[in-house]
Design a protein around this ligand. Sequence first.
Ligand SMILES: [Zn+2]
Length: 204
Amino acid sequence: MDTRIGFGWDSHAFTPGVPLRIGGMTLDHPQGLAGHSDGDVLLHAVTDALLGAVAAGDIGSFFPPGDPRWKNADSSIFIKLALEELEHAGYRISNVDTTLILAAPKIAPVAGEMRARVADLLGVEIGQVSIKAKTPEGLNLDGVAQCHAVAIVERAGDHDEVKSMSAVIESQRQLEDVVEDLLSSVHGVRRKRVAPVYDTGDIT
Ligand SMILES: [Zn+2]
């Protein structure tokens, strides 16, 4: 199977007066994350992991921070762009794993909902998305939220090919069964199926 891996990292400083957006959700917290967009540190890290997996650059090369069009933008548009790049390269997501590093708020109580939200944005099952969180012990970075993300992607189509191949094999078998039934109705006895001899000499 043709798989590739991508890694992404991002950080934003906490600042009062803006909503806290993480994983496509608005969390109840007195401070939000400062940024040109909505500051969604998790979606930015995931975007970079996906772009990195297919060597398509990074979030900054597509959305320069100074561009007024992306001011306060909902970060789901970055994810959409990354998914387009992924599809263009012929890959799809196998799984995404993330680790948030922030002093507060606690992520564990909302991690399930956040996984569902991110899986929805990525168009995958919740089981393909992992969201973990740690506090920045000993880093003296309580005013900052960071996120690390890795993504495994697999070449799209392989699976479908195998599926259609097995469908052909299945219909072939059904055809054989029909023929056998016909033969047995003619001959009165069900013919014994003879397993084909596996001739290793045929393999070149
Ligand atoms: Zn960011």
